[in-house]
Write a protein that binds this ligand. Structure first.
Ligand SMILES: [Zn+2]
Length: 117
């Protein structure tokens, strides 16, 4: 039976729980960023260049996880690389924003169609 969007959302939520624990295991502190975004906000982000209009945040299949190490907010590839690689190892439909053309290191998602990330 095909997995519905709602079932994917639940699988994603459980994966995010694992992601948070893994980040802690790797020695990070973390705070939660955005999960759900309205279509209006996504369109506004696209217009301002801050995001895309078909973001997976609209369907609650993406999370922005803010990492800190030794009190420093991690904004670069190095800080997220290990966690991003681990995230992708959980499932073939997991994507990490560090792989995007326009880097978005704190973005972790589950692609519902293999296209959107
Ligand atoms: Zn995001």
């Amino acid at each position: 039976m095909m997995e519905t969007l709602r079932q994917k959302q639940t699988r994603f939520a459980l994966s995010v729980a694992q992601l948070i624990l893994k980040a802690q295991e790797l020695g990070y502190e973390m705070t939660l960023g955005e999960v759900e975004r309205t279509l209006a906000q996504a369109k506004a982000n696209a217009a301002s260049g801050a995001g895309i209009s078909n973001s997976l945040h609209i369907v609650r299949l993406a999370v922005d996880l803010h990492l800190f190490k030794n009190g420093r907010y991690i904004t670069d590839n190095l800080g997220h690389q290990e966690l991003g690689t681990w995230w992708k190892s959980l499932s073939p439909d997991h994507r990490w924003g560090g792989d995007f053309l326009k880097k978005d290191f704190n973005h972790y998602s589950l692609t519902p169609d293999g296209v959107r990330a």
